[in-house]
Design a binder for this molecule. Structure first.
Ligand code: MG
Length: 293
């Protein structure tokens, strides 16, 4: 199933999406009106039939505004730096990598996290102040959403813990990333994690077939396949869960491919009014305007 949150007739609701028919089942009452209903579905292990058994309206998608599927994650969003070979090279060459090592290609996954207050919906504005950053960049990515508690997963079992997949934009302030010589701060500004429009559950997604595209003001900047990750989803879950317990609803952004703004010659950072679109087959598109405050 494809599951998300929508604004419908001025109210926020849980929804199941039928992309082929361009319709959604908008859930009324009970679960549908909870503050974080997708997280509730994951935590309770509810299935598509459980949700469709609730009272719902069938609504054309163009009458809905999609919201962040998980607006208040339980804890920080996990993310991975330098997880595509060509992006690793462009990042190390850029002069913005204060953590650059001997080799552009990491030997182990490089994890960091983004504060929960970064989360916004797939059409919300990303807000920034030039007093704080003058080097804002996009990172189109595919995220994994964890479905059940996970400790010390094996490669064989790792995908059993996946609830589904979702598109995200790991928006980054490159100057903060460089000046503070770490990734957390420059990744954690409020509104810097647009996500959605929905989560597609693992039963309908073959991760290796996912393809990502990022467009800036209509110009294609990134195009990649998830199968080109240096550290695949199994490896990310194995390494994280070896150290800490992954919880239902945890989000892992798997890394961005080549083509970010800092990799352009000269670098092209985002300005007031720019629009960034991230599209993934089966996961829909998010498109956010960048707005100076
Ligand atoms: Mg990233």
């Amino acid at each position: 199933m494809k599951i998300g949150r929508v604004s419908y007739q001025g109210r926020e609701r849980l929804a199941l999406i039928d992309e082929a028919k361009n319709k959604a089942f908008v859930i009324e009452g009970g679960l549908g009106t909870e503050a974080d209903p997708v997280l509730a579905v994951i935590q309770r292990g509810l299935k598509e039939a459980d949700i469709l058994a609730l009272t719902n309206d069938v609504v054309d998608l163009d009458r809905l505004r999609f919201l962040a599927p998980i607006p208040r994650p339980l804890r920080n969003i996990f993310a991975v730096g330098k997880n595509y070979i060509d992006h690793s090279a462009e990042f190390d060459k850029s002069g913005f990598n204060a953590t650059s090592g001997k080799s552009a290609i990491p030997e182990y996954p490089q994890f960091f996290s983004k504060a929960t207050t970064t989360v916004i919906g797939p059409t919300d504005d990303v807000l920034f102040s030039p007093l704080v950053t003058k080097a804002i960049d996009y990172e189109g990515e595919i995220a994994v959403v964890i479905g059940r508690e996970c400790r010390r997963a094996s490669r064989e079992s790792a995908l059993d813990f996946v609830f589904g997949y979702m598109a995200v934009n790991d928006v980054t302030a490159r100057d903060l990333q460089k000046n503070h010589a770490q990734w957390f701060l420059g990744k954690s500004l409020d509104t810097f994690c647009p996500m959605g429009p929905w989560i597609a559950t693992a039963d309908e997604i073959t991760p290796e077939t996912l393809r990502l595209e990022t467009w800036v003001n209509g110009e294609l900047r990134q195009r990649a396949q998830l199968k080109d990750l240096i550290f695949d989803i199994r490896r990310l879950i194995v390494d994280l869960s070896a150290c800490l317990t992954l919880l239902p609803g945890d989000i892992i952004a798997t890394g961005t491919p080549v083509g970010v703004g800092l990799g352009q010659t000269p670098p092209k950072f985002l300005n007031d009014g720019d629009r960034v679109r991230v599209s993934v087959n089966g996961l829909g598109s998010l498109e956010n305007r960048f707005r100076q405050i």
